[in-house]
Write a protein of this length. Structure first.
Length: 71
């Protein structure tokens, strides 16, 4: 679970920016691109930055074996 979500987050970063450098993410142009919105079923509208951040968060939680994923 953790590996999959981390790979998906990195893949999204690569598809959007063409590289996976975190230094690139903090430029004004990159921050504007992270504000792209799309509709996600019953969740309403999410930005690209929220989706990537959520995937990184789930990946970190799963890799550190937090409650619910520790078995």
């Amino acid at each position: 679970m953790g590996d999959l979500t981390l790979v998906l987050a990195l893949l999204l970063l690569f598809l959007v920016y063409g590289e996976t450098s975190f230094a690139l993410l903090f430029t004004p142009e990159a921050l504007n691109l992270l504000q792209l919105q799309f509709y996600v079923g019953g969740f309403g509208s999410l930005t690209l930055g929220e989706v990537i951040g959520f995937l990184f968060f789930i990946g970190a939680v799963a890799k550190s074996a937090q409650i619910g994923l520790h078995t």
